[in-house]
Design a protein around this ligand. Structure first.
Ligand code: NI
Length: 136
């Protein structure tokens, strides 16, 4: 079994808040990410897949194909968008990085298994110091 990871980047706006809470309560719970006028992050997305090496090519997977799937299923839908209101696979979910990793997993799992490999991990850096990993 061998693992390979493709990185893609996107930037997007979001706000973490609950409508029933006051702005002060939201600030207390969600910090700066509750800013009522939105804000953005430069996200880094790491998609790791696993499988067996093709003895003819020496490759696990064609990374161009993997990149194309990530771009079509994720990046084109989220880059320069507002996660709370414009991204279909995040509809009705709190726009946290935790939820985003799970939604991206669900969005990619089937497409990636069609390539003959298995999705192993979705990792998202929201900032240099904070990242979330999901293993399904
Ligand atoms: Ni934020």
């Amino acid at each position: 079994m061998i693992y390979i990871t493709r990185r893609e980047r996107f930037n997007a706006a979001h706000r973490l808040f609950r409508a029933e809470y006051s702005d002060d309560e939201n600030l207390k719970i969600f910090g700066k990410c509750s800013n009522p006028n939105w804000h953005g992050h430069n996200y880094e997305l790491f998609i790791t897949v696993k499988g067996e090496i093709n003895p003819e090519t020496g490759f696990l997977i064609n990374l161009k194909t993997l990149s194309k799937i990530i771009r079509e299923e994720i990046i084109e839908k989220i880059d320069h968008k507002n996660i709370n209101i414009e991204v279909d696979f995040m509809k009705n979910r709190m726009a946290s990085t935790e939820n985003l990793t799970i939604s991206i997993w669900k969005q990619l799992e089937k497409e990636i298994s069609g390539l003959g490999v298995t999705l192993h991990c979705v990792k998202i850096y929201e900032s240099e110091n904070n990242f979330v990993e999901y293993f399904g």
